[in-house]
Design a protein around this ligand. Structure first.
Ligand code: ADP
Length: 352
């Protein structure tokens, strides 16, 4: 799904140029795997790599923003946020707001061969990505008293609600559930809920419901199949997305897509840096590879996307090459080599 306005895509001589931001932790090694697999699959994408880490200067960050604006599309790892450093706002959140990437889409699907409490999971989480609790306006008004502003606007609530209903319509989905805490945050979440209700009236063919966020977390782990498309404000989105990723097998599998009117950024769904597993050849490369496939679909390179995602799915579900996070004993490189083997086999068989 892309926004209504065509994206400016950088393309020279039939090849696309995409910004690559490896980020901290396992980001750089995962990007190496993406490059390697793209080479074997003959993907016509050139990466313009700009490394932003937690220690990068403001200049480098600005350069990365300009680069994404020029290319229209980026593949991104997660940049560590410095806890406790009040003068440093999260680069990840700032990047999303600066590019106005207002919609985060996480498609949560289970894999038949990955241990999962519920088979056949198929949920789509749509998260408002630019405001709410992430407005980054906090201050200590008097010593020991901190105020943190949560900003909910009708405009941003309306566009994310529309995004969710349009997504449901285009993907043949039957239900949208708005997630909120309007019983406590009566004015802010009240506005979000009211706006979703109003948008729902324009889509009578799609069922609409709403649920309080705490109940949602409980329902997700006990009866997840009741959900189809879910739409929610920013902070609930990150919490509920992580619950959904956990249900489907953890941080190593699912991808997340960020869209605005003009730009798109693709990344692993849980946005972890995975610092504790970096450099050990144990990180699951699948979430980043799925993000790369989302990016190829977005660029219209659907045959290449299918070639690689079929190879990923065969590696997980038929060849059973699994890293430790999903209960296996294989290394990151075992997974990557198997995906390359499946890509080469499919190309030899002329399956695409
Ligand atoms: P940390 O910085 O301690 O690694 P994160 O919040 O980045 O923490 O990640 C949460 C947990 O998920 C950690 O245990 C991390 O090792 C794990 N993790 C994140 N990404 C992956 C991955 N791609 N493969 C395997 N484990 C991962």
């Amino acid at each position: 799904f892309t926004a209504a306005v065509p994206f400016p895509l950088a393309q020279y001589g039939g090849r696309f140029t995409v910004t690559m931001i490896p980020g901290d932790g396992i980001g750089p090694e995962l990007m190496g795997y993406v490059r390697n697999i793209f080479r074997y699959a003959g993907v016509p994408v050139d990466f313009e790599e700009i490394q932003i880490t937690k220690d990068s200067t403001e200049d480098v960050f600005e350069k990365a923003l300009v680069c994404i604006k020029r290319n229209g599309v980026a593949l991104k790892g997660s940049i560590e946020s410095k806890y406790g450093d009040v003068n440093f706002s999260s680069r990840n959140a700032t990047l999303r707001t600066q590019l106005d990437l207002y919609a985060n889409v996480l498609h949560c699907r289970s894999h038949p061969a990955v241990p999962c409490r519920y088979p056949d999971l198929d949920l789509v989480l749509i998260r408002e990505n630019t405001e709410g609790e992430y407005s980054m306006m906090e201050h200590e008004s008097v010593r020991g008293v901190v105020e943190s502003l949560k900003v909910i606007t009708r405009r941003c609530s309306d566009r994310i609600a529309r995004y969710a209903f349009e997504y449901a319509k285009r993907h043949g989905r039957s239900k949208v559930t708005a997630i909120h805490k309007a019983n406590i945050m009566k004015i802010s979440d009240g506005l979000f809920l009211e706006t979703c209700r109003n948008v729902a009236k324009e889509y009578p063919e799609i069922e609409f419901g709403d649920m309080i966020v705490d109940n949602t977390c409980m329902q997700l782990v006990s009866r997840p199949h009741q959900f189809d498309v879910m739409v929610m404000p920013n902070l609930y989105g990150t919490v509920v997305s992580n619950v959904a990723c956990g249900l489907a097998g953890g941080p190593g599998l699912l991808s997340g897509q960020n869209y605005g009117e003009h730009f798109a950024v693709f990344e692993p769904g849980t946005r972890n840096t995975g610092t504790s597993v970096a450099g050990l050849n144990v990180a699951n490369p699948v979430a980043m590879l799925n993000a790369a496939c989302d990016m190829l679909n977005h660029l219209g390179l659907t045959q290449h996307a299918t070639l690689i995602s079929d190879a990923i799915n065969k590696t997980i579900n038929e060849d059973l090459v699994h890293t430790a996070d999903i209960g296996g004993e294989n290394t990151s490189l075992d997974v990557v080599q198997n995906i390359i083997k499946e890509v080469q086999q499919a190309m030899k068989d002329g399956e695409w």
